[in-house]
Design a protein around this ligand. Sequence first.
Ligand code: THU
Length: 160
Amino acid sequence: MKEVKIETRLEVYEDISELPVQVQSLMKKAVEVREAAYAPYSKFNVGAAILLENDEIIVGSNQENASYPSGLCAERTAIYYANAKFPNVNMRMMALTASSRNKVTDKPIAPCGACRQAIAEYEIKQQKPIEIYFMGAKGKVVKSGSLANLLPLLFENSVL
Ligand code: THU
C-alpha cells in the first residue's frame, strides 16, 4: 500500500475589485443574471457567465421546478447553451456568483459536483483549461486556473 496525496491550487482575491478588469466585467454579468434566477423554492440565486474565445458571453441562472430534481443549476444552464450555440468555440473563463435571499452570502460558493463534472467535459473536449472564478454575493473571489483543480479523479471519456 502507498498513500497518494492530491494537492490543488487556488487563488483567493479579497474582493471583485482585485480581479483583472475583464474578469470583473464578466462577474458583473453573472451578478446581473443571478438577480433574475428562477429560484422560488430554495431562494438561492446563482448566476453564471462564460466568456468564449470569440468574445461572446453566455449567461445562465438556476432554473427550479415544482418537481425539484427537474431543476437545473446556473452553471449547466449556461454551459449547455454555450456549447449548443457555439459548438466549435472554446471557453476561456466562467464567473459564478450565488446569493441566498434568506441570509448574507459572504463566502465564495463553489460549483456543485454535478456541475464540475459537466464543466470538465468541455475542458477535456477543448483540451484547454477553463478558468473558474466563484464568489458569494460579496467578499472574496476564488480563482481556479482550470476545472481539473476542482475535481480530482474526474471521470473522463477516454475510459469508454
Ligand atoms: N445551484 C446552482 O445553481 N449551482 C450550484 O453549483 C449549486 C446549487 C442551485 C440549484 C438550486 O436551484 C439552488 O442552487 C439550491 O441548491
